[in-house]
Write a new protein. Structure first.
Lengths: 262, 432
């Protein structure tokens, strides 16, 4: 029997609690999509295809956070089906904006939004995938950068380390030649503690970074909080700044809880 | 099939829709017993956690309701807050917002027409499989989608969750010359949209018409994006501030779901078909002519033809984008001052999938004390189920596989965005 014929790697895309934006990034790679589709066997991607093939899969991309009992069980099965599991985006890597419930009474939340609370089945916490199963790589961002996604898929299939830098947004600003808006204009900016990947978008659009790529590798959030106070932010504002799309990432969580206590 | 035999048709995972839904149809003989569009997308509680956030954070937060139409959420939110605060925006900002919306409509409609809906008509599981036989068509769709995304990226930094929208305007307004760089591609996109109308009109449509109440914004002299009264073909004509007096949610026993209805009247339809039927005379000549040339009648009551109407709206959006770029002069200040005050504001804008209503109550610090968001898909949900009731009886004698795929296609007529709707749909999570 010939095993020389190389089988195309099978890829699957799974969705948990999310906005669909990160998996849409794959369809937004208009120039690369047909090429990627030619190199891979897209076996399971319900948002794009009604042909849904059973596992196992070589690579699983997971979008979204775990917020229900059913999903907490489903991710275990997804993990078993995928040789390599990659989580994409702030929901999957940090719990997403829906993790704001983690500081509140979720039963009260249900009553606010839903007329018949007993029909709603939800967990008290919104948690990242890595709190439930081992994850091979976490791609940050709300949303992810589609070029990083293509790089990550390519690197995974080639068996090499992806080129996804872990430094801060400040590095990207410097590279672009942006004048620092925090220094020059006194604008509150999370750039110094935020993971690179967006290309320093917000400072390039005359506003402060709002941390949608989550914490960088080793952020000094305490120092940034002090700087934000010097710029005139009060503790409530600083708490809200860290409590965004990556609020449950432990470094931002610690920073928001410190400013809340202060 | 015997008269008494009970059949159920189940689609556990609805494909080529945004978000997670399922479909359940029960037939006895050839008679429909039950239809359920089930939503198992987990709730994310936006309306609850928005309380205590500052209004300036809204455009960034509500964008995350939907990765496909973030601009729609940003636009309804900024207009609702501006109405609350009594802020008037610069005419150039108004133009820029129309351009921003054009980008989103082009991106979203091209995605739906070519990648989500066309495969149904041509018999493929997805656009990638379709590309093997129709490479040029799919490539045209991808390039058109990219043209829309280029507008969004230029104005907001990225296609998904762009960063420039703000209460009062934009953090940064583009220069005239930056916008001019889009012109060549948009001219191509206008031609490609006209070709899309011809392509879509040439598909096969089931004979199926319903007597809908169509609801959309209506502006005196523009095809609607951000402004206008909420009107219908049955005499509704209200300001967005009267939305909650006229629309309500109803508990439907068979699905344990609350559906958006017009008080005292029932279901209604929002989206491209509604906009087109209520605003045909506001379309530019080129779009009106394209519709006439392909035999699209006004009003169009066949939801399967929504793919043609989306294509006509692509023509409009490309034409409108070119007009805005021609007329644009940068605003003196991109963002108006927005001093906080205790207030309430509502707004509705036209998301690609239809009317999107927001209402916020702010305290004197500008913190949100109450939020209400009604996305298009939760408004269409009851109507989708009603379409299925009627449509299934029409195809009930066909083999089960064909009924299933036709039903899925009928759901996709609405381009439902379940991710959007779920945070607000009051639906029972049913397990079998």
């Amino acid at each position: 029997m010939s095993s020389k014929v190389r089988r195309k790697p099978r890829i699957a895309v799974f969705k948990f609690a999310s906005c669909d934006g990160c998996q849409l990034s794959l369809l937004d790679a208009e120039d690369e999509l047909l090429g990627v589709a030619g190199a891979l066997d897209i076996a399971y991607f319900p948002e794009a295809s009604s042909a849904m093939l059973k596992g196992p899969y070589d690579v699983g991309l997971v979008e979204g956070s775990i917020t229900t009992h059913h999903d907490a069980q489903r991710i275990q099965e997804v993990r078993r089906q995928c040789k390599t599991l990659i989580t994409i985006g702030a929901c999957a890597t940090a719990g997403g904006i829906q993790a704001l419930r983690n500081w509140k009474d979720v039963d009260e939340f249900i009553r606010v939004v839903y007329a018949t609370p007993k029909y709603i089945n939800t967990l008290k916490l919104s948690t990242p995938i890595a709190e439930h199963v081992p994850v091979n790589f976490e791609l940050r961002g709300c949303p992810i950068n589609k070029h990083q996604l293509i790089e990550l898929i390519t690197a995974t299939l080639a068996g090499r380390k992806p080129n996804v830098p872990t430094y801060s947004v400040c590095m990207e600003c410097k590279r672009k030649g942006n004048v620092c808006i925090a220094v020059a204009q006194g604008v509150a900016c999370l750039g110094p503690v935020t993971h690179a990947g967006c290309g320093a978008l917000c400072p390039s659009y005359d506003r402060g970074c709002y941390g949608c790529y989550g914490p960088m590798e080793s952020p000094n959030t305490g120092s940034l909080s002090n700087q934000l106070r010097i710029l005139g932010q009060d503790n409530a504002e600083i708490t809200r700044a860290f409590r965004g799309f990556n609020a449950w990432a432990w470094q931002f969580r610690k920073a928001s809880e410190e400013s809340e206590r202060t | 099939v015997s008269k008494q035999q009970t059949r159920t048709i189940k689609v556990d995972v609805l494909a080529r829709v945004e978000g997670e839904g399922a479909l359940y149809v029960k037939l006895k003989g050839d008679v429909v017993q039950d239809v359920k569009l089930k939503i198992y997308e987990p709730p994310r509680f936006f309306e609850a956690f928005l309380r205590g956030r500052h209004f300036s954070e809204l455009p960034d937060i509500v964008a995350r309701i939907c990765g496909i139409c973030p601009i729609a959420y940003q636009m309804s939110a900024v207009h609702a807050v501006e109405n609350a605060l009594g802020v008037a925006i610069d005419p150039s900002v108004r133009l820029l917002r129309r351009l921003f919306y054009c980008g989103e409509w082009i991106e979203s409609h091209a995605l739906h027409v070519y990648m989500l809906h066309a495969p149904d008509f041509l018999g493929y599981p997805d656009a990638i499989a379709m590309a093997r036989d129709h490479q040029a068509v799919v490539q045209q769709g991808l390039r058109l989608k990219k043209a829309g995304n280029r507008i969004v990226t230029l104005m907001g930094g990225r296609e998904i969750h762009p960063v420039s929208a703000a209460v009062g305007g934009f953090y940064k307004a583009p220069s005239k010359s930056a916008l001019k760089e889009l012109v060549d591609e948009l001219k191509w996109a206008l031609d490609a949209s006209l070709a899309t109308v011809r392509f879509a009109a040439g598909l096969d449509f089931p004979e199926f018409e319903q007597d809908y109440e169509f609801v959309s914004l209506c502006h005196p002299d523009e095809y609607p994006f951000n402004e206008g009264r909420i009107v219908s073909n049955r005499g509704l004509d209200i300001d967005a501030s009267a939305y909650e007096e006229n629309f309500t949610e109803q508990h439907v026993e068979h699905s344990n779901a609350l559906h958006s209805v017009l008080r005292g009247r029932g279901s209604y339809m929002v989206g491209p078909l509604a906009r087109f039927n209520l605003n045909f005379d506001r379309l530019p000549d080129v779009a009106q002519q394209a519709a006439r040339d392909c035999g699209l009648k006004v009003p169009c009551r066949n939801p399967f033809r929504s793919i043609v109407v989306r294509a006509v709206e692509l023509v409009f959006a490309c034409h409108e984008a070119l007009r805005v770029i021609r007329e644009y002069e940068p605003p003196a200040v991109p963002r108006a001052q927005t001093p906080a005050r205790a207030s309430t504001g509502q707004a509705a804008t036209e998301a690609p999938r239809g009317l999107l209503y927001h209402r916020y109550i702010l305290d004197q610090e500008g913190l949100i004390t109450s939020a209400k968001i009604v996305p298009p898909t939760s408004q269409n949900q009851k109507r989708i189920e009603e379409d299925l009731w009627h449509f299934v009886s029409q195809v009930a004698t066909r083999p089960a596989g064909e009924i299933t795929s036709k039903c899925e296609q009928a759901v996709r007529n609405y381009d439902p965005c379940i991710s959007c709707a779920t945070h607000f749909l009051r639906l029972h999570l049913e397990r079998e």
